[in-house]
Design a protein around this ligand. Structure first.
Ligand code: HDE
Length: 690
């Protein structure tokens, strides 16, 4: 029922407040708690002003509004967070004394935030970019932050280069664009002068950089860390997050269109999945290895531009993370969460990786800038959920202040509660660095970091033909936006060290008249690294439509039985659907059942869905054939290799979209395909043969 509208601000004739405080609406107050009598009108001299400086209610309201923004993160500004838990599968006491890994089945609360890197807070979700994958574990021995990415390696080897990398990727400083894109001169200029970035560039140009959903991404700790058990025995570990729903990406043309159709595609997807009880879930795995392996491995395990193939050191699954609660308040939690790589717990330790060492400084530093002072651990999302006892005090916005007289140590005061002491037995101990840590002070890049191409090549040759073609296309797209020919050529000169055919295809795509010479390599690329199937997404398909969405284009009079059977089959699969209709008011099916729509045709393009179904009457199809967006709905689905369910009645639309001779085995005729087998087909996610 619509309420008749009364202008709330008018205090003249009949001017009572639109919604005064009542049993259902408590009295509004200022931040100081003073009850407010009128939230519509400032204090004035007479009925038409001027305003009075004395109006403390207006001044407080504007003052607070003026200070609502805090600096956005210098990188990873665009992000989305959720709460959940981590469940330990079995005790890992042999490997680590970390409290979180001691007891089988124990659940530890977590907060996870996923992000893009380059774009600002308001940039679109489907930018081609690395995704941040940061998890804060609130363990009984303090917060452990595993601040990773969805790509297992990084662009650079030494923290010294991070500001340069990020400056080059972000908007160019003179013009203030492009936003959230690496397709510009500065980025490729820097990259083509930084051969160590080549491995990561291969990942960034693959479809990993355009995930279908935050729920369908892998996560990686990237650096090598250490685990230490109670006896002091150390092992190296690399962390992996494996999504239970499988890894899946969109295709580039889809990403471009998604950014227009729904710039919030990823955050909306996460919000909806959690709201529907389809909780995003990942398993945590570790690659465990010792010094002996590290010494014999082809590359330096402290070089963050290298990974250890899973075929060489398998990933041991040790637990799972389930995200089951959206935030109550985006700013308080997702915006104010402060991840710090240096937040680790007893039983874990860092390694000398020069990137990690730099990060351990940077994250703490950045939080002070963003959150305004040293007390950001007092903000609930950052506060440990175990007791904290120390003698730190005061500072901006101090919330949790110690009681009593004692604020130093050693002291001779009684009283255990507020008078803590360090504990050599259980306190955090750094691992014993037995490696040669002596020497002259040097600014030096170890020779063991000098191979920049071998793993880039290994990644490329491990991809399927389709994935390789997407990488070629991505490079052609990006470098075609680069204005300077010399930069394009310099990039191709690196590709020649990775794979000749790859380089030639990109060179051809760029219309290079002559191919450049291969870049001079500090170390020649090895040709003997084997294909690693674990590096390919398409070789490891999820084989499920669970958590995916079918877009059903409906018109009045559409077959009610078919609609019921298909939506039931989707439910059994754990999948969703949305109805797209000529008006958002909905449609009436053949049995007079009314079905509300979630999208009107131009608001629900097929890029929003994993597959589509055109369930219409012949007349309905004829009407749709006149609507350009309806034609795009099917032609985009076709172009993006999606499965398209249809019936003979849909033909006028198919014809108008120019697809009548293009119908292939990815078009599933619902008159001959049973709804159950239709949904079974959808498990393949795309009809790549198209
Ligand atoms: Fe970050 N990074 N980073 N980074 N990073 C930040 O910290 C930095 C690196 C990553 O959701 C900042 O709180 C340096 C690698 C994620 O809040 C800042 C270096 C990896 C997030 C910072 C790196 C990451 C950040 C900005 C090179 C993957 C978002 C705001 C030495 C393993 C966390 C903030 C969130 C955020 C610095 C490299 C992942 C400035 C100096 C490698 C997921 O401190």
């Amino acid at each position: 029922m619509t309420e008749s509208f009364k202008y709330a601000g008018n205090k003249g004739k009949g001017g009572e407040l639109h919604q005064p405080a009542s049993d259902t609406h408590p009295t509004m107050t200022t931040a100081q708690g003073c009850p407010v009598s009128d939230d519509q009108n400032s204090l004035k001299v007479g009925t038409r002003g001027p305003g009075l400086l004395e109006d403390q209610v207006l001044r407080e309201k504007l003052f607070h509004f003026d200070h609502e923004r805090i600096p956005e993160r210098v990188v990873h500004a665009r992000g989305y967070g959720a709460h959940g838990y981590f469940e330990t599968y079995e005790s890992l006491e042999d490997l680590t004394s970390a409290d979180i890994f001691q007891r089988k089945g124990e659940k530890t609360p977590v907060f996870a935030r996923f992000s893009t890197v380059a774009g600002n807070k308001g940039s679109p979700d489907l930018a081609r970019d690395v995704r941040g994958f940061a998890v804060k574990f609130y363990t009984q021995q303090g917060n452990w932050d595993l601040v990773g990415n969805n790509i297992p390696v990084f662009f650079i080897q030494d923290a010294m280069k991070f500001p340069d990398l990020i400056h080059s990727a972000k908007a160019e400083p003179d013009r203030g664009f492009p936003q959230a894109q690496t397709a510009h001169d500065n980025f490729w200029d820097f990259i083509s002068l930084t051969p160590e970035s080549m491995h990561m560039v291969m990942w960034a140009m693959s479809d990993r950089a355009i995930p279908r959903s935050l729920r369908f991404m892998e996560g990686f700790g990237v650096h090598t860390f250490k685990m230490i058990n109670a006896q002091g025995a150390e092992k190296f570990v690399k962390f992996h997050w494996k999504p239970k729903g499988g890894v899946q990406s969109v295709v580039w043309n889809e990403a471009l269109k998604l950014n227009g159709a729904d710039p919030d595609f990823h955050r909306r997807d996460m919000w909806q999945a959690i709201g529907q009880g389809d909780y995003p879930e990942w398993e945590l795995g570790v690659q465990v290895f010792d010094q002996e392996f590290a010494d014999s491995f082809e590359f330096d395990v402290f070089d963050a531009t290298k990974l250890i193939p899973e075929e060489q050191v398998p990933v041991k699954i040790i637990g799972r993370m389930v995200l089951d609660r959206v935030v109550d308040n985006f700013f308080a939690e997702t915006e104010q969460v402060a991840f710090c790589t240096q937040n680790i717990v007893p039983g874990l330790d860092f390694t000398p990786d020069p990137l990690l060492q730099g990060r351990n400084f940077s994250y703490l530093d950045t939080q002070v800038k963003r959150l305004g002072g040293p007390n950001f651990t007092h903000i609930p999302v950052n506060a440990p959920k175990c007791p904290m006892r120390h003698f730190q005090q005061d500072g901006h916005m101090a919330m949790n202040n110690p009681k009593g007289r004692v604020n130093y140590e050693p002291n001779s005061w009684e009283g255990a509660e507020h008078n803590p002491r360090a504990c050599p037995a259980h306190g955090f101990e750094s691992s014993s660095e037995s490696m040669s840590m002596s020497g002259d002070k040097l600014r030096y890049r170890s020779e063991t970091f000098a191979d920049h191409y071998s793993q880039a090549r290994q990644f490329y040759i491990s991809q399927t033909d389709i994935e390789q073609a997407h990488m070629q296309n991505a490079l052609v797209f990006e470098l075609s936006k680069v204005e300077h020919l010399a930069i394009r050529e310099r990039m191709v000169s690196h590709l020649l060290n990775i794979d000749q055919t790859f380089a030639k295809k990109v060179g051809k795509g760029l219309g290079l008249k002559t191919m450049p010479k291969a870049a001079e390599a500090a170390q020649k690329a090895r040709q003997d690294l084997p294909v690693s199937d674990a590096l390919s997404m398409l070789k490891n398909p999820p084989n499920t439509f669970k958590g995916r969405k079918l877009g059903i284009l409906l018109t009045d009079g559409a077959d009610a039985d078919l609609f019921a059977d298909i939506t039931l089959a989707l439910k059994k699969e754990g999948a969703n659907y949305e109805v797209v209709a000529p008006t958002v008011g909905g449609v009436t099916l053949s049995n007079d059942e009314f079905i509300p729509a979630q999208q009107v045709i131009d608001g629900g393009p097929s890029v929003l869905y994993d597959a589509v179904l055109v369930l219409v009457t012949k007349d309905g199809a004829k009407q749709l054939a006149k609507i350009p967006e309806a034609k795009d709905f099917v032609s985009d689905a076709h172009a993006h290799m999606k499965f398209i369910g249809h019936t003979a009645a849909a033909m006028p639309l198919t014809k108008a979209a120019g697809l009548i001779d293009k119908i292939d085995a990815g078009w599933l005729d619902l008159e001959s395909t049973k709804p159950k087998s239709f949904v079974k087909q959808l498990r393949n996610l795309r009809f790549w043969q198209r």
